[in-house]
Design a protein around this ligand. Structure first.
Ligand code: C2E
Ligand code: CA
Ligand code: CA
Ligand code: CA
Length: 279
């Protein structure tokens, strides 16, 4: 009798182990991870090009996988976008970010820029507006500015609906940035239509500063364009002092990159920041 129970237990353990470890389609894994709230916010500072002071952060998603550890977004964002799961994942990220920011709301510089990556399909529904409203209410600090980073890659279509959505988002106090600028195909018309606030110059151009003059020309003409449209520029992927110096000389306002800091868990960033300003 005992032997039968023992055997049943062993079989059950094997079954559980197989359930946990069998290869499953990424889609099902992502759904499970959403339920378990495994997507967490990391933060990378954005600094003022002149003073080098932190003016805000970009929130970058990480997957805290129970067996694989921290998974980088390039491994799962494409599939999350194709399946539409990116929408609940982003919602989760916004909620967690708001919760953590709220705790430190009296210790942040004013204004404090919080960039969040938004996929093109998210801009096709009005859920985004509701989620941003919830975020702003939750943080309950009027100095926190939510900046929606829309990638230029997916060629954002500007329709009657998106025009209305962006208008409402702006009325709510959100700002709009075009991410990876220079790598996609957004036409000037497109850019003017959605009343942008920021351009983020992609790191492929920053990397080639001092190496290839086509990248420098692109940066210089982006600066011209930004001036004409009254946009601010954030340069991404700044890794060297020479790049930072060049970008500052061009009149670019904000910089982001490993030269200043790598992305770290948001909670850790907020704690460090708080310690640094109170000493
Ligand atoms: P991105 O929006 O262009 O984010 C910047 C990426 O560059 C981040 O990679 C960041 O860690 C990296 N980076 C920053 N500074 C440097 C530097 O100095 N040198 C180098 N080599 N890299 C630097 P990460 O975190 O792996 O994210 C990759 C991409 O995944 C993001 O590119 C974004 O397109 C996407 N992503 C991340 N989080 C989210 C999210 O919450 N939602 C969506 N839809 N996409 C996200
Ligand atoms: Ca981004
Ligand atoms: Ca980018
Ligand atoms: Ca990029």
């Amino acid at each position: 009798y005992i032997l039968v129970i023992l055997l049943a237990q062993i079989l059950f353990s094997i079954f559980c182990w197989w359930q946990l470890n069998r290869p499953r389609p990424l889609y099902l894994e992502l759904e499970r991870a959403i339920r378990k709230k495994e997507f967490v916010p990391y933060a990378q500072p954005i600094v003022d090009a002149i003073t080098k002071e932190t003016i805000g952060i970009e929130i970058l998603m990480r997957w805290k996988h129970p067996f694989q550890g921290i998974v980088r977004p390039d491994l799962f964002i494409p599939q999350a976008e194709d399946s539409g799961l990116i929408i609940p994942m982003t919602d989760l990220l916004l909620k967690e970010t708001a919760k953590q920011l709220r705790e430190y709301k009296h210790d942040l510089p004013t204004p404090f820029h919080v960039g969040v990556n938004i996929s093109p399909q998210h801009c096709k529904s009005s859920i985004l507006l509701d989620e941003c409203k919830v975020f702003i209410d939750e943080v309950s600090n009027h100095n926190v500015i939510l900046v929606l980073e829309l990638t230029e890659r997916g060629a954002l279509e500007v329709s009657e609906f998106t025009r209305g959505l962006f208008y409402d988002l702006k009325m709510l106090g959100c700002k709009i940035a075009i991410d990876d600028f220079g790598t996609g195909h957004s036409s000037l018309v497109n850019l003017q239509e959605i009343n942008l606030d920021y351009l983020k110059i992609d790191r492929v151009f920053v990397k080639n500063i001092g190496v290839d003059c086509t990248s420098e020309h692109l940066i210089e003409s982006t600066v011209e364009l930004a001036k004409r449209l009254s946009l601010r520029i954030i340069a991404e992927g700044v890794e060297t002092e020479a790049q930072a110096e060049y970008l500052k000389k061009q009149g670019i306002e904000n910089l982001q990159g490993f030269l200043f800091a790598k992305p770290i868990p948001l909670g850790e960033f907020l704690q460090n920041y708080n310690q640094n300003i109170s000493v």
